[in-house]
Design a protein around this ligand. Structure first.
Ligand code: BV8
Length: 270
C-alpha cells in the first residue's frame, strides 16, 4: 500500500488507474458528507443525546426504551441534512458517473453507508443505500412505509425536549420509525447484493470517507481483492481498510476527488 498526501502530486499510477477505469464502484461513509456539515459517527453527540454514543442510539433497544429520544435524534439529523448542501466530493463522483455513462460499457456505482441524500442531490444515482435513508419512514410494528411531513426543526438549533413519534396510520397500533438499518438489524438485501455484484464486476474500487469499522459494509471492498481489483482509499486518517488498499490518499474527499478527476483529465472535459 502506498500512502500519499493531498498536497503531493497524484502519482502517475493513480492517474492511470482513474483515467483508464471503466467499471468503478465507490463505497462512501460519513466522511464524504463531513465537509457539508453532517457530523460523522465518530463525533460525540450533543444536547439531548450527549450521554449516548451513536452506536447506542442507533438500536432497536434504544428506540423501545425511549422512542421520543431516538425519534427526535433522527428528525433533527434529517433537518440538518435538509439544511446543508452536497460538497465538491459528492459533485466529483456525480460528474465521473456521467462521464463513464457516455463510455461504451462504462459505469460508476455509488454504494453508501450514509443515510443522507447528498449523493442524489449532487446528481448521482446511488446503487445501494446499505444502511437506509433518513427521510424514509415505516411502522415499527406492521412495517408499512409512510410519507411524513418535514421535521419541525431547522437542523441547527438543538431541540429543547424530545418529541413523540407519530402512530402508524395503517395499523394504528405501531409507532413510526426511520427506515434505517440499526445495529443488529439486517441490511436491505437488494442494496447489499447489488453492491456486491458491482464490486465483483468492477475494474477499480474506491473507499471514501469510511473508517471501515461497521460490518458487513466494510467488507464489501474486499470482494474486489480476490480478483486483484485495485482499491484506492480517500481519507485524512488511517482506517481498518488501510492495510488492504493499494493506494491511500490522505486528505479531505472534497479536495482529493476533484483533484483526481482533474489529474486524469476527466473534470473540465466537455
Ligand atoms: C448486522 C444507520 C446482523 C443508522 C448504521 C463482525 C465483526 C464485528 C461486529 C459485527 C460484525 N458483524 C456485525 C457486527 C455488528 C455491527 C458492527 O459492525 N458493529 C461495529 C460497530 C463493530 N454491524 C451490525 O449491527 C449490522 N447488522 O450485522 O446484523 C444480523 C445478521 C443476521 C440476522 C440479523 C442481524 C448493521 C450495521 C448498520 C448500522 N447502522 N447507520 C444511523 O445512521 O443512525 S452504521 C453507521 O455507522 C453509518 O451508516 C456507517 O456505516 C457507520 C459509520 O462508519 P463510517 O461511515 O465509516 O463513519 P465513521 O464516523 O466511522 O468514520 C468517518 C470516517 O471519515 C473516518 O475514517 C474519518 O477519518 C473520515 N473523514 C472525516 N472527514 C473526512 C473523512 N474522509 C474524507 N473526507 C473528509 N472530509
Amino acid at each position: 500500500m502506498r500512502e500519499l498526501s493531498v498536497s503531493e502530486e497524484v502519482p502517475d499510477e493513480v492517474v492511470a488507474l482513474v483515467r483508464e477505469a471503466r467499471r468503478v464502484v465507490v463505497l462512501t461513509g460519513a466522511g464524504i458528507s463531513a465537509e457539508s456539515g453532517v457530523p460523522t459517527f465518530r463525533e460525540v453527540q450533543t444536547g439531548l443525546w450527549e450521554r449516548f454514543s451513536a452506536e447506542e442510539l442507533a438500536t432497536v433497544e434504544a428506540y423501545e426504551n425511549d422512542p421520543a429520544l431516538v425519534w427526535t435524534w433522527y428528525r433533527w439529523r434529517q433537518a440538518l441534512i435538509a439544511a446543508v448542501e452536497p460538497n465538491a466530493g459528492h459533485r466529483a463522483l456525480a460528474l465521473w458517473q456521467q462521464r463513464l455513462a457516455d463510455v461504451d460499457g462504462g459505469w460508476l456505482a455509488v454504494s453508501t453507508q450514509n443515510v443522507d441524500d447528498l449523493h442524489e442531490r449532487a446528481g448521482a444515482d446511488v446503487l445501494g443505500h446499505l444502511h437506509g435513508r433518513i427521510a424514509a419512514h415505516r411502522c415499527a410494528d406492521c412495517g408499512e412505509p409512510d410519507e411524513l411531513p418535514p421535521p419541525e426543526f431547522d437542523g441547527f438549533t438543538a431541540p429543547p425536549e424530545p418529541v413523540d413519534p407519530p402512530f402508524c396510520t395503517h395499523c394504528e397500533e405501531g409507532l413510526m420509525r426511520p427506515d434505517i438499518v440499526w445495529f443488529g438489524e439486517m441490511l436491505p438485501a437488494s442494496d447489499f447484493d447489488a453492491s456486491s455484484a458491482a464490486i465483483r464486476a468492477a475494474d477499480l474500487v474506491l473507499a471514501v470517507g469510511t473508517s471501515g469499522m461497521v460490518q458487513p459494509a466494510a467488507s464489501l471492498p474486499l470482494l474486489g481483492l480476490e480478483r486483484g481489483v485495485p482499491i484506492i482509499e480517500v481519507n485524512p486518517q488511517e482506517t481498518e481498510l488501510t492495510d488492504l488498499v493499494d493506494f491511500a490518499i490522505r486528505g479531505p474527499s472534497g479536495e482529493v476527488l476533484p483533484q483526481l478527476l482533474q489529474a486524469a483529465g476527466i473534470a473540465g472535459r466537455r
